[in-house]
Write a protein that binds this ligand. Sequence first.
Ligand code: FAD
Ligand code: SF4
Ligand code: SF4
Length: 464
Amino acid sequence: MPLNKSKKKTPMPAQKPEVRRRNFNEVALGYTEEDAVNEAQRCLQCKKPGCIQGCPVQVQIPQFIKRIAERDFDGAIKVIKETNSLPAVCGRVCPQEEQCEQRCVVGKMGEPVGIGRLERFAADWERAKGVQVPDLPAKLSKKVAIIGSGPASLTCAGDLAKLGYDVTVFEAFHKPGGVLVYGIPEFRLPKAIVQEEVEFIKKLGVEVRTDMVMGKVLTVDDLFDMGYEAVFIGTGAGLPKFMGIPGENYLGVYSANEFLTRINLMKAYSFPETDTPIKVGKKVAVVGGGNVAMDSARSALRMGADEVHIVYRRSEEEMPARQEEFENAREEGIIFDFLTNPVQIIGDEKGWVKGMECIRMELAEPDASGRRRPVPVKGSEFTMDVDTVVIAIGTGPNPLLIKATEGLELTKHGYIAADENGKTSREGVWAGGDIVTGAATVILAMGAGKKAAKSIHEYLQSKK
Ligand code: FAD
Ligand code: SF4
Ligand code: SF4
């Protein structure tokens, strides 16, 4: 029997909504040692743990939780790191409610064990005392190039470096980390954590070259000519989609991508101490219903907007955002306009946004996605009084590198076609993460990077 029979998770200390809505500091503050031990004692140590099946990288969950319950925090992080190289990130941003925690048996009678919170605790505990670099094998003479530096690439690079390969990461931006640095806001994932993960990869011997827009500066062919024997492409799905309605070119209309990149990567919230400004008005509409929309809306609030609306064409039930992020956003005062769709953006004589015309929607039969199809209600048009619009309706693959690479087979939506190990149609080239699956999750991208590293290793060993 567990020592803690509470039906509820041990609460996580957090900043109060009325305080956090105006700052960029992390919202959730993490467990103390006592909290963590208390929560670990809710785990039943199942003989057939469903939770492991729910984790895309199969973290040995009961084993690490047992160690936390015994106060062996060193042992706990060791178990986690056998399969997950970015636990401080995953503990914060994994959609646990659809993965490990969804399959936790304790969840049938109340709230599941707080697996993500415990993973975060173990990772933060290790970070506080200083992460140890493992003993590395003698360096091999074989070179591997990794394009992009998001979670797929960082995982692939780290695993190959641990095997002794000479690994170089080529990143287009001036900072490595992918969406972890340019997309997910500081208040959900502090950038210092991502930076430490990148430093760890560098300590493993990986060279990270930034400001390298691959496909323009160098092509995959150039890399092979330079002596790289394998290439991994992890360039993500960062090309924003627009609605195709009149007025999208007015000043004050942003793609979520640009909006979040300016705020997170370029730290527009510290302007003029930093170089990049952003103009966020007093009344903001964010179009979309996913995590990216939640992050954009909550960022707009922190940039000083008085009123922020999320405009979503379906109902709350169909909204794809994580429940936790939806609740956080609502607590902070974001207004949700469900069953509402923009028709056009209205501008003033100087070309700035001054409103957005919308139409009310109703739900019809389910469409191909299985969700009920939204259809406009005739004559229900109305104008929202807004001065900033952020469009967060999805992204696609950036075609720059793909177009410059011969022999890559693509899917019908323009993503790179790859087998379950990330092997593409071109010999010596692997791909993984969002550039293969379309926009997905951090842990799935990491899983893809891991599988590709194993496959690249087998390939390079067979070439000896
Ligand atoms: P990315 O993280 O997209 O990294 C790709 C990298 O490749 C980028 O650094 C890019 O600059 C670089 N690149 C692109 N083209 C080139 C080129 N030609 N040359 C060199 N470099 C190039 N997932 C979760 O699990 N939980 C969340 O809470 C969550 N929230 C999210 C919030 C936002 C705002 C966004 C946008 C995504 C979120 N996701 C979340 C999704 C998750 O971040 C992605 O699925 C994941 O980052 C994909 O990893 P990746 O390595 O495939 O690519
Ligand atoms: Fe759960 Fe994600 Fe950790 Fe796996 S990596 S145990 S899914 S939080
Ligand atoms: Fe513990 Fe839940 Fe996993 Fe069982 S399913 S081992 S209770 S975390």
